[in-house]
Design a protein around this ligand. Structure first.
Ligand SMILES: [Mg+2]
Length: 411
C-alpha cells in the first residue's frame, strides 16, 4: 500500500468543523443574537491565586465576563482560541464549546489547560447570552432549584499542624464570619514523617490527623459541617486507615486522600469506609467523571466550574452524578466572577451540596465587583439580573493586576 497515493500531501485537509459558516447557520435569529463576537481579552489579577479573567466583546455593545482556572499558559491558549469564536454568534454556547474543543483536539483538549481556557470563554458566553436575552445565567441552565447556594469556607491557621489552633480558627469562622460549613487541610506535617514521597502514613501521623479532626469537630460539630482535604497525598492503604480512623467524628467529607489517576483504587478506598469521600477537582469534563460515577468511586463530586469545562459541562456532570445519587460540592479558588458562575450552576442543579470560598484572608476579594455582600452568613444569594449578575470594577482590576498585565478594555 502506498500511503502517498491514499493521501495527497498537497490536498487541503479539512478537520470536522463546527463554525457557523461550515454548519450553514442562518444569520437571521428571532432575538438579539444578531450580535457577533468581536474580541476576547484576558487579565490576570494577583489574588490569592492568579485569577485569569476573560472578557468577550460583541458588536451589540454587550460584553461578557468569565474566568478561566489559573495556570501558566492559559491566557496564551485563550489567544489561540480567539480566531475560532470571533465572528460567531455568542448565543450558540454549546456549539462554540464543541467547536473550540474540536479545534484544539490536536493539542490535547480532553483535559488540562486547554479545557481551563475553553471554560473561561464558556463562562463569559453565559454572561453575554444572559445580557442579550435579559435573563440570569441560571435561567440558561434550566432555572432555579434554590435562591441561595450554601458556601463553605476553606480555613487556614498560622500553625496548620496544631489541632487546637485549627479548632480555634473553626470556632472564629463560625462565630465571627457566620459560616456553617468549613474545610481544613489534613495533609499537614505531624512531626512523625520519615519520607513523605512514599505516601505511607505512620501510626503517629494517623493519630495526629485524628486529633485535628477530633478537636475541630468537638468544637463546632453542633453548629457546622466540616470537611478535610488531603490533596492527593497518601497511599491506598494509608487512605483507608485514615478514613476508617476518623469515622467516629462523622466529618462532612474527606477529600482526595489518594492521587487522582487510578479510578479502580479510588473505588476501593471509597467503598471501604463510611467516611464520605470527595473527588473531582483534578478531573476534567463529563468523560473524566463518568467511570468514577458509574463505579460508585466517589460519595461527592467536586468539579471546578472554570476548570472542568464550564457551566454547561458542570450541569451535565451534575446530571450524571444525580443518576448515581451523588451530590455536587463545587471546588472553587476563583475571584467573584468564577464564584458567581459556579453559584448559578448551583442554583440550577438539584444535587448542589455546597460551593467553596477560598479567599477569606485576602481582604479585597469582593472589591473586584461593584456589588457588595454577595456572600452573607455563609450563603450566596444568586442574583436575578441578566447574565452572571455582577459588574467588574475595572479600576479594582487595574489596581490588582499581575506584573506585566495591561487590563481589560471597557465595553
Ligand atoms: Mg481540594
Amino acid at each position: 500500500m502506498n500511503y502517498a497515493e491514499l493521501r495527497d500531501p498537497n490536498a487541503e485537509y479539512t478537520m470536522r468543523d463546527l463554525s457557523a459558516d461550515t454548519m450553514g447557520l442562518s444569520e437571521e435569529r428571532a432575538d438579539l443574537s444578531q450580535a457577533t463576537i468581536t474580541d476576547v481579552q484576558t487579565a490576570i489579577v494577583d489574588g490569592n491565586y492568579p485569577w485569569t479573567l476573560v472578557r468577550v466583546y460583541t458588536d451589540a455593545g454587550v460584553v461578557g465576563d468569565g474566568e478561566a482556572y489559573w495556570g501558566g499558559g492559559v491566557p496564551e491558549i485563550i489567544e489561540r482560541l480567539k480566531p475560532f469564536i470571533v465572528g460567531e454568534p455568542p448565543l450558540d454556547i454549546d456549539r462554540l464549546y464543541e467547536h473550540m474543543v474540536q479545534k484544539m483536539s490536536g493539542e490535547g483538549s480532553i483535559a488540562g489547560k486547554d479545557i481551563a481556557a475553553i471554560s473561561g470563554i464558556e463562562l463569559a458566553l453565559h454572561d453575554v447570552a444572559g445580557k442579550l436575552l435579559g435573563v440570569p445565567a441560571y435561567q440558561l441552565l434550566g432555572g432555579k432549584y434554590r435562591d441561595e447556594v450554601r458556601v463553605y469556607c476553606d480555613c487556614h491557621t498560622e500553625n496548620e499542624a496544631d489541632p487546637t489552633a485549627c479548632a480555634d480558627e473553626a470556632e472564629r469562622v463560625v462565630d465571627e464570619l457566620g459560616y456553617d460549613a468549613l474545610k481544613f487541610d489534613l495533609d499537614v506535617p505531624s512531626g512523625h514523617e520519615i519520607d513523605r514521597a512514599n505516601r505511607f502514613l505512620r501510626s503517629g501521623e494517623i493519630d495526629h490527623k485524628v486529633e485535628i479532626v477530633k478537636q475541630v469537630t468537638d468544637r463546632i460539630a453542633d453548629r457546622a459541617d466540616v470537611a478535610f482535604d488531603c490533596h492527593w497525598a497518601f497511599s491506598a492503604g494509608s487512605a483507608r486507615r485514615l478514613a476508617n480512623a476518623i469515622e467516629p467524628y462523622d466529618v462532612w467529607w474527606l477529600e482526595d486522600p489518594i492521587p487522582p489517576e487510578n479510578h479502580d483504587v479510588q473505588q476501593t478506598v471509597t467503598q471501604t469506609t463510611a467516611t464520605p469521600i470527595t473527588v473531582g477537582e483534578n478531573v476534567y469534563r463529563t468523560h473524566g467523571n463518568r467511570r468514577l460515577l458509574e463505579n460508585e468511586a466517589m460519595d461527592i463530586v467536586a468539579p471546578d466550574v472554570p476548570k472542568v469545562g464550564g457551566m454547561r459541562e458542570t450541569r451535565k456532570i451534575a446530571t450524571i452524578a444525580d443518576m448515581y445519587y451523588v451530590p455536587v460540592a463545587m471546588h472553587n479558588v476563583g475571584s467573584p466572577v468564577a464564584t458567581m458562575a459556579a453559584a448559578h450552576v448551583g442554583a440550577a442543579i438539584p444535587n448542589a451540596l455546597a460551593l467553596e470560598y477560598h479567599s477569606y484572608e485576602l481582604g479585597w476579594w469582593e472589591s473586584l465587583i461593584e456589588e457588595d455582600g454577595i456572600i452573607e452568613d455563609g450563603y450566596l444569594r444568586v442574583p436575578d439580573n441578566p447574565g452572571l449578575g455582577i459588574t467588574l470594577d475595572l479600576d479594582a482590576v487595574d489596581e490588582h493586576l499581575a506584573d506585566g498585565e495591561t487590563g481589560l478594555d471597557p465595553a
